[in-house]
Design a protein around this ligand. Structure first.
Ligand SMILES: Cc1cc2nc3c(=O)[nH]c(=O)nc-3n(C[C@H](O)[C@H](O)[C@H](O)COP(=O)(O)OP(=O)(O)OC[C@H]3O[C@@H](n4cnc5c(N)ncnc54)[C@H](O)[C@@H]3O)c2cc1C
Ligand code: FES
Length: 308
């Protein structure tokens, strides 16, 4: 790896208060320096409409991008990527596909009406965008193993939970009782229904919608209200993994704690406005934590100490 040396050359003095410093570059500039912002070009291999405002985008992984680690994982469930479109900018999205998947990655994008998400929703199969990542910490997989796991998701918070579910199912014997509780506003907002049908063979899945809806025979009410009647776990050996709107995850934590599930065993994937994604710009900081680097997955002990 080349090493680049910089040295100040004689200063140019414009006024007594203004100086221009010219940097002398002692090596061939850029040689051996890894550009942490350099994205990869990827082609959209598939687009699937999941609801009126949510689409799944599948990208074929270029050779050498997202290489698998020693545990055969291409990323850790809970990690995210920055997807970019020329002229529109970049935005962070949780990875929704299986971490064992070697040929593609999926993201699930809700169109907020903002620049990047609406531009993404206008693209067609075959279009090229950029991806950076995977970034962030992801869920603490080895800590979750050997325990009962309650996964809780709301609305468009399903991508990291979907990826974690794929991991758990692939390693099913390493986990105790596993639940996925998923709450949405109406039946039209349920995402990745097909996947849930497959997962039902391995874990218990309970869906709920906010209020009664014509033709809906399942649970109604907020997802946190499902925990007491439906869940059977050993509190001392249970963990929770959540992703969804802040009010949902906060209300759920208040139900989990009295069951004996300590805050340090309740994990939540948090969202913050981001720019660099790699701990440089400070757009995502809260307390002493960088959501892009220390997170996006935090336990509630950390949230209590750092959240503003
Ligand atoms: C780690 C992480 C993972 C995420 N995963 C997903 C995902 O899997 N699927 C998905 O659809 N979205 C996800 N998001 C949110 C997504 O990044 C934003 O919706 C996106 O950045 C909006 O970009 P935009 O240019 O379209 O909107 P902008 O033009 O930037 O803003 C449009 C609207 O969206 C709001 N907004 C923008 N960014 C955020 C944010 N980070 N959190 C909350 N509100 C925001 C703005 O306040 C504004 O009201 C994730 C965010 C983070 C930080
Ligand atoms: S997004 Fe830049 S420091 Fe986190």
């Amino acid at each position: 790896m080349g090493r680049v040396l910089y040295k100040l050359s004689p200063n140019y003095v414009f006024t007594p208060k203004v100086k221009v410093f010219k940097l002398w570059c002692g090596g061939s500039f850029g040689v051996g320096v890894k550009n942490i912002y350099l994205p990869q070009k990827v082609k959209i291999a598939k687009i699937k409409k999941l609801s009126y405002d949510v689409k799944l985008f599948r990208f074929k992984k270029p050779r050498g991008v997202f290489p698998v680690n020693k545990n055969k994982l291409a990323f850790i469930p809970g990690q995210f990527v920055l997807a970019g479109l020329w002229g529109y900018g970049e935005a962070p999205f949780g990875i929704a596909s299986s971490p064992y998947e070697n040929s593609f990655i999926d993201i699930v994008v809700r169109n907020t009406g903002g620049r990047v998400t609406s531009a993404l929703h206008n693209l067609k199969k075959g279009a090229e965008i950029t991806l950076r990542g995977p970034y962030g910490n992801g869920f603490p997989l080895s800590f979750l193993e050997g325990k009962d796991v309650i996964m809780i998701s709301g609305g468009c918070g399903i991508p990291p939970i979907a990826s974690l579910t794929e991991y758990i199912i692939k390693n099913r014997k390493k986990f105790g009782n596993v639940y996925l509780l998923y709450g949405v506003r109406t039946p039209k907002d349920i995402l990745i229904k097909g996947k849930m049908k497959e997962w039902e063979k391995y874990i218990r899945i309970i869906l709920t919608i906010d209020k009664p809806y014509p033709g809906w025979k399942g649970c109604t009410g907020f997802v946190c209200n499902l925990i007491q009647p439906a869940i059977k776990v050993s509190p001392g050996n249970a963990v929770a993994a959540m992703c969804g709107p802040g009010p949902m995850t906060d209300a759920t934590e208040k139900v989990l704690r009295p069951l004996g599930i300590a805050d340090r065993r309740i994990f939540v994937s948090e969202e913050r406005r981001m720019q660099c994604g790699v701990g440089k710009c400070q757009h995502c900081t809260t307390g002493e934590k960088y959501v892009c680097l220390d997170g996006p997955v935090f336990n509630y002990d950390e949230i209590d100490k750092n959240w503003d």
